[in-house]
Ligand binder design. Structure first.
Ligand code: GUN
Ligand code: FE
Length: 421
């Protein structure tokens, strides 16, 4: 028989972007690794009960785009734009991961921080180094977190200390894919860094591997204006940056995440919607690297799937609560200064993107509807006294926590029904 558990507390989630569902003093019921539902009375039967009365119980959040090797320098080098930042800081730093002892220390620290964060699922870039990437997958699997990890592919316009020969990039990717299949909760994902660092030959081979092995893909798209100009020079045959990926079969049919998408043309928006591509919106990173403000409202209205992401270390925090409020804030600036037709995101909409929106890349993840995976966070928001607290609704308490205490420690964290914090 499957183990049944019940969590008692103030439960809040989003099934649709427009509004929160909630149950004060409610019971969240799980059977095995799946949510059974939320009820107002204690369910009858044999249950292991966790009493979190007075605490907030919310779905686990998804970080749809991040760079594990960059975690150690998060919060530094924020005075540059993308291309200089990559060349001066990021590439030299990532080259350290050829040293497996260094990788072990850095990835241990990363996983320890990620485990204590509000993230239960993540789509992660590693580096070009296969052994260090497999080590990251092992540490992530052991932590109980779940997600996709990619060995980064790059064979052009890269410094000699962080570049692969094309043939070797292909064989290393093949062996990475073969050697990473035994993990259960951490899966491989095809990861061309971005068009400027991958030759046509490599992009074509990665598209073939995605198709033949039915694997997801992640990359960067339309982040920075100089980057976009560069792609035009590198791929004069393409009608757009997105078209360059599409040409090599890297915008589907397998599930695909494109990070940033700050400057999409109308034709690109149409293509991304048609291909069912996920956009990983990284408001913190887009501000730090002066990339711009992505037209999230417009892309949502055009039917593009969207999740939120830290893009650490373009973003300087692992806190998805902070990313939620950043997404709301930059959408207000976009509406004020760029396009008044694009209404700002409401808090419930941003929370939806970080939970059910991005979570759907992983299956039925990020909501408390029956059949969803048991990804659950518990926050003791009573630890931050406010004389107003008794007047607030459960969603208002979540909003206040997100703005004021985005790094609040977790009272508990469950991934697929298993308690890991
Ligand atoms: N584009 C290519 N590589 C990177 C990276 O590491 N970070 C960000 N933000 N953009 C990129
Ligand atoms: Fe990135």
């Amino acid at each position: 028989m499957k183990k049944c558990i019940v969590l008692k507390g103030d439960i809040v989630w989003t099934e649709r972007p427009e509004r929160f569902e909630y149950q004060e003093n409610g019971y969240l019921v799980l059977e095995g690794d799946k949510i059974q539902g939320v009820c107002s009375e204690a369910p009858k039967g044999e249950y292991e009960t966790y009493d979190f009365s007075g605490s907030l119980i919310v779905p686990g959040l998804t970080d749809l785009h991040m760079h594990a090797p960059q975690h150690q320098f998060a919060g530094l080098y924020m005075d540059e734009e993308l291309l200089e930042w990559l060349e001066k800081h990021t590439f030299p730093y990532e080259s350290r991961f050829s040293d497996i002892d260094y990788a072990l220390r850095a990835y241990r620290a990363f996983i320890s921080d990620l485990k204590r964060s509000a993230t239960t699922r993540a789509a992660v870039f590693a580096t070009i180094h296969k052994d260090a990437t497999l080590l990251l997958m092992k540490l992530m699997e052991e932590s109980g977190l779940s997600g996709f990890v990619g060995k980064v592919s790059m064979d052009r316009n890269s410094p000699h200390f962080l570049a692969e020969e094309t043939d070797r990039a292909i064989t290393e990717e093949e062996s990475f894919l073969s050697e990473s299949y035994h993990f259960m909760n951490v899966r491989p994902i095809i990861t061309p860094r971005f068009v400027p660092s991958c030759s046509d030959a490599l992009l074509g081979e990665l598209g073939r591997m995605a198709r033949e092995r039915n694997l997801p893909v992640q990359s960067h798209l339309d982040e920075n204006v100089s980057e976009i100009e560069w792609v035009k020079e590198l791929c004069p045959w393409s009608s757009s940056y997105a078209d360059a990926y599409d040409h090599f079969g890297l915008l589907g049919p397998t599930p695909t995440i494109m990070a940033h998408v700050v400057w999409p043309g109308d034709d690109e928006i149409e293509l991304l919607a048609e291909r069912g591509v996920y956009v990983a919106h990284s408001p913190s990173s887009n501000t730090n690297l002066s990339s711009g403000i992505a037209p999230i409202r417009k892309m949502m209205e055009c039917g593009i799937r969207i999740g939120l992401a830290t893009d650490i270390a373009g973003g300087s925090t692992l806190s998805m609560l902070r990313i939620i409020t950043d997404a709301v804030q930059v959408s207000k600036i976009r509406c004020r200064y760029i396009d008044q037709a694009e209404k700002p995101l409401r808090f419930s909409e941003a929370f939806y993107l970080a939970s059910k929106g991005g979570g759907s890349f992983f299956g039925r993840v990020g909501s408390f509807e029956p059949g969803y995976d048991g990804d659950i966070l518990v926050f003791d928001d009573g630890a931050f006294p406010s004389i107003l607290r008794s007047e607030l609704s459960v969603p208002e308490r979540l909003e206040m926590l997100s703005y004021r205490h985005p790094d609040a420690p977790l009272a508990a964290k469950f991934v697929k029904g298993r308690r890991i914090v």
